[in-house]
Design a protein around this ligand. Structure first.
Ligand code: C2E
Ligand code: CA
Ligand code: CA
Ligand code: CA
Length: 279
């Protein structure tokens, strides 16, 4: 038993070392990824109901590492959030998304709103409003064509500062969406203290909307309450016609999800735009 114990202990530490080594490797590569140009943005269309017209897109970060392969955001954003790299990465995302949207705008496509995810640490950075103002000024994107996606947890603390940052962003002309709605603890009434334009129903409620009466009821109630508070509603993670039909019947304003398209590279997104029926 003693023997086995020692062996399992050694096995355990070897595994631990492997894990921290993997983390250090990831971190070292992540540190160089920005300067080496390894990040790219993909864009997922947001379509308006009932027309089905593309009215905007969410910019989603992709990391193609020559050494590690394609690393999903869930595998490196929490690390970047911890070590602070999310600040320069987030600035790059903002600028790249604004520049891309301005290029499509200049190319004569109907005006689209590009949504950028802000991370908690980025949102807490002192000059976040200046960083956003600079991205708009440097790219020339009209501010109303930028939407910022902010999660519930980010507005839960320090309500005074949060309100002043969000009011400043609104004053600049950007629009504000509450991301992942329903996964946290805030109430709609609470959210009305902040100048949000839109609420994004989390995909965990959408996934079984056609099979789970509870989630169907939640989605229905959220849409109705949001509308009564003059907020627009978008549902994320829409994968089936049935989910779309239900959301449409409840008056949901926009949808996003694999049913319309996965997030795609800029070139492919442009082909989606070109393939659209003219409004
Ligand atoms: P999120 O902001 O909630 O983004 C939605 C996620 O759902 C994306 O995953 C998207 O690809 C995925 N998705 C879209 N449609 C469907 C669908 O129909 N079904 C399913 N199952 N999933 C769908 P992704 O791209 O892997 O991003 C994961 C998370 O990483 C994002 O969640 C966001 O929190 C974070 N993230 C991505 N890009 C950025 C960024 O530029 N900055 C920051 N701060 N976070 C980012
Ligand atoms: Ca988002
Ligand atoms: Ca989300
Ligand atoms: Ca999420």
């Amino acid at each position: 038993a003693k023997e086995t114990g020692r062996h399992s202990f050694r096995f355990y530490t070897a595994q631990m070392n492997e894990r921290s080594l993997a983390r250090i490797t990831l971190e070292n590569h992540l540190r160089r990824a920005l300067e080496r140009g390894e990040f790219v943005l993909h864009y997922q269309p947001k379509v308006s109901l009932p027309s089905g017209q593309i009215v905007g897109m969410e910019a989603l970060l992709r990391w193609d590492s020559p050494e590690l392969g394609s690393v999903p955001p869930d595998a490196f954003i929490p690390l970047a959030e911890e070590n602070g790299l999310i600040i320069p990465i987030g600035t790059w995302v903002l600028r790249t998304a604004c520049a891309q949207n301005k290029a499509w705008y200049d190319a004569g496509f109907p005006a689209l709103s590009v949504a950028v995810n802000l991370s908690p640490r980025q949102f807490r950075q002192q000059d976040i409003t200046a960083v956003i103002a600079e991205a708009l000024a440097e790219t020339g994107l009209p501010p109303h064509l930028l939407e910022l996606e902010i999660t519930e947890s980010m507005v839960m603390q320090d309500a005074t500062r949060v309100a002043s940052v969000l009011n400043e962003l609104k004053r600049m002309g950007a629009s504000l969406a509450m991301d992942d709605f329903g996964t946290g603890y805030s109430s709609l009434a609470y959210l009305k203290r902040f100048p949000f334009d839109k609420l994004k129903i989390d995909k965990s409620f959408v996934i079984d909307i056609t099979t789970d009466p509870n989630n169907a009821a939640i989605a229905k109630a959220v849409i109705a309450m949001a509308h009564s508070l003059h907020l627009k509603v978008i549902a994320e993670g829409v994968e089936t016609q049935g989910q779309l039909n239900y959301l449409h019947d409840q008056g949901c304003d926009e949808i996003q999800g694999y049913f319309v398209s996965r997030p795609v590279a800029a070139g492919e997104f442009m082909r989606l735009l070109q393939g659209q029926p003219i409004a």
